[in-house]
Structures are given as C-alpha cells and as structure tokens.
Design a protein around this ligand. Structure first.
Ligand code: IPM
Ligand code: MG
Length: 360
C-alpha cells in the first residue's frame, strides 16, 4: 500500500466539472485498493490570472515540488483571449510543462469498437485503430528564440524560431522507441525534411538512435502533410508516431477525431522521472458548454488512469478504470459529444456516476 500526493489543477471552463468526476473515481480506487491519495489544489490558467495576475503563480510552482504527480483539466477561454500573448492562460501551461521538464507527451488514440459509428469516418476505416502520438513538448517552435516582432524591418514583421538541439531530439526519439518496443516495434517519425533544416536534423537523429540503440525497431518517416492525409486515409497502418511540438499538436487533434470525440482522449507528459508527471485530457476548456453539466468526463478519467499506471505503477487499478469505461460505453451510455441523434444523453455527473457504479 502506498501513499501518493497529487496536485489538482482544475482550471477553466469545463475543467472543474470534469475534475469532480475524476476525483470521484480516484476516491473509489482508494477505497478498493487501500492506496492513499493526498490531494492538494492549485491555481493555474485563467482562474489563476483572475486571482493572482499570473497564469502559473509562484505558489503553484512551489506546490510542484511537493507532489508525485499533477492532474490538470483544461485552461483558457474567451475572457482571457485578448490579453497579450505572454499573459495568456496558454502561456502558463507552456511554462508548467517546461517547469516539469515534461518533454515527452504521450497521446494515445484508441477506437472503442462500440463508438466506431460516432466517428465522422467510416467504421471499416477506424475500427481497431490503436495508435500513440509521441509529441515533443518542451522545445521546437513553441519555445525557440528569438521570437516576436522585428522592429528594424521595413514593414511590420513577426517571427518564431523552430529550434531543436541534438539532445532534445535524441531523448524524445528514445522515448518513442521505448514505447514502440512495448507495442508493435513500429515507429513512424513525422517531419518536413523536404523543406526544413530542423526536420532533416530530426530525421538524421531519429535514424541514428533507432539503428544504434533499438535495432529491432522498424523505423519509417513521413512528411507531415502526407502523415495528416494518411491518418485519415488508413489510420490502421500506424502504431507509434513521433513528432515535434507543433506537428505533434496538430496530428494528435487529428488522431483524436478518429475515435469519435476529442472528449475521449487522455495524455501524459513526462520528463526523465525526477519530477512529477503531468496528466491532462487532450481537449480544451470548451467554454461554450462550461457550467452546463454537459461535458464528457472520460478523457479526464482516462488521464487519471494513465497517472495511476505510469507515475504510480498501479497497473491493475488503471486497467480497472479503462475496463469500466469500455463497459459503460458498450452499454450505450453517451454524453452529447458521442451520442447519435435520438440517443439518450447523460450529464457529466451522470456519466461519472455510471463509471463509478461499474467500477464498484
Ligand atoms: C494542447 C493544446 C496546447 C498546446 C495549447 C492550449 C497551448 O493545444 O495541449 O494540445 O498547443 O500544446
Ligand atoms: Mg493541441
């Protein structure tokens, strides 16, 4: 029996609603497994801006040092959209990832067979899809400097820098190879090496890491435009995909729609193990449905399951949560995002309740 401390950042929009459901599940796991979870709440995102003026206040950074893992729901919304770039809630999220050195973002996309008809794609294209996007998360064009406006230029000019160091690429390729080793040993690295130097650099390092350290892995390469097309044309050809921060951001949203709803997809953001892992759904704060008890809590609950499995080595507990969710979906329970016309729609709370009931 172990005791773990978790920082809960319930954020903005639908964040607080889906957090409640995940914590109901955690309580049950605590009761069933005998493990102890100590929760501390922190401020992050728009709500943190409102209360402290900073999307990632020092008090939250201090809390990071006291916990074993971080569960974050979603941040941002129209209220903060017009703030200067550097003060937006999103910038707090980027700083949080950086603070935790969480360079590896694992975004699995698995199609639940009973939901195959909820996707906008045909059942035969997506049934059986089970892939993992490994996204580099703390470098690339999101963080590269210099960035901003060029005041010397003849006309208004703005720029960002897509920058990677060799060690940054090595560690993310290594992480993707390790994931591929526990899956099908197939890895596809996505870049734009036909145009960008930084992508050719990425590709060369990917080849070097895979051939020298993971000889069993079958490594392939795709240009990002082709990868985006192939993901829709024939997603079953993929197992593990690895890409840079920006390409991985885009491809993981695309991959999520194979499953029917972005409301189903969890993620884990991990460093070298010396700092707490960060777990968050792939979706955003959905301000349009915030406070209406309509959001799908499944991505959040699956993020919790990833936390149990990866940060706490509670594999059986994580499996139990995943199995319960699968069962609930098989029994036909649906939130609005995955319901077909005419199907009964559950509230966020009701969905959390049926998952808990099944878990019991
Ligand atoms: C994501 C989001 C974030 C990102 C935003 C909110 C900064 O889109 O987690 O995928 O671009 O990384
Ligand atoms: Mg995104």
């Amino acid at each position: 029996m172990s005791s773990k401390k978790i920082l809960i950042l319930s954020g903005d929009g639908i964040g607080p609603e889906i957090t409640i459901e995940a914590l109901k599940v955690l309580k049950l796991i605590e009761k069933k497994s005998g493990n102890k979870f100590e929760l501390i709440e922190g401020l992050m995102g728009g709500i943190a801006i409102d209360k402290t003026g900073d999307p990632l206040p020092d008090s939250t950074i201090k809390q990071l040092k006291e916990v074993d893992a971080v569960l974050l729901s979603a941040i941002g919304g129209p209220k903060w959209e017009n703030l200067p770039q550097a003060q937006k809630p999103e910038r707090g999220l980027l700083r949080l990832r950086k603070e935790l050195d969480a360079f590896a973002n694992l975004r699995p996309a698995k199609v639940f067979s009973c939901l195959a008809d909820s996707s906008t794609l045909k059942r035969e294209v997506i049934e059986g899809v089970d892939l993992l996007v490994v996204r580099e998360l703390t470098s690339g064009i999101y963080f590269g400097t210099p960035r901003g406006f060029d005041s010397q230029a003849k006309e208004k000019t703005c720029f960002n820098t897509a920058l990677y160091t060799e060690s940054e690429v090595r560690r993310i390729i290594k992480c993707a190879c390790e994931q591929a080793m526990i899956r099908s040993k197939r890895l596809c690295s996505v870049d734009k090496a036909n145009v960008l130097e930084v992508s050719q650099f990425w590709r060369d390092i990917a080849i070097s890491v895979a051939t020298n350290d993971f000889p069993e892995i079958e490594l392939s390469h795709l240009y990002v435009d082709n990868a985006a097309m192939q993901l829709i044309r024939n997603p079953k050809q993929f197992d593990v995909l690895v890409s840079s921060n920006l390409f991985g951001d885009i491809l993981s949203d695309e991959a999520s729609m194979l499953t029917g709803s972005i409301g189903l997809l969890p993620s884990a953001s991990l460093g070298d193990g010396s700092k707490p892992g960060l777990y968050e759904p792939v979706h955003g704060s959905a301000p349009d449905i915030a406070g209406q008890n309509k959001a799908n809590p499944i991505a959040m609950i699956l993020s919790l399951a990833m936390m149990l499995e990866i940060s706490f080595q509670m594999k059986s507990e994580a499996k139990l949560i995943e199995k319960s969710i699968e069962q609930v979906l098989e029994q036909g329970y649906r939130t609005g995002d995955i319901a077909k016309p005419g199907e009964k729609i559950l509230t966020t709370t009701e969905m959390g309740d049926v998952i808990c009931k099944t878990l019991e």
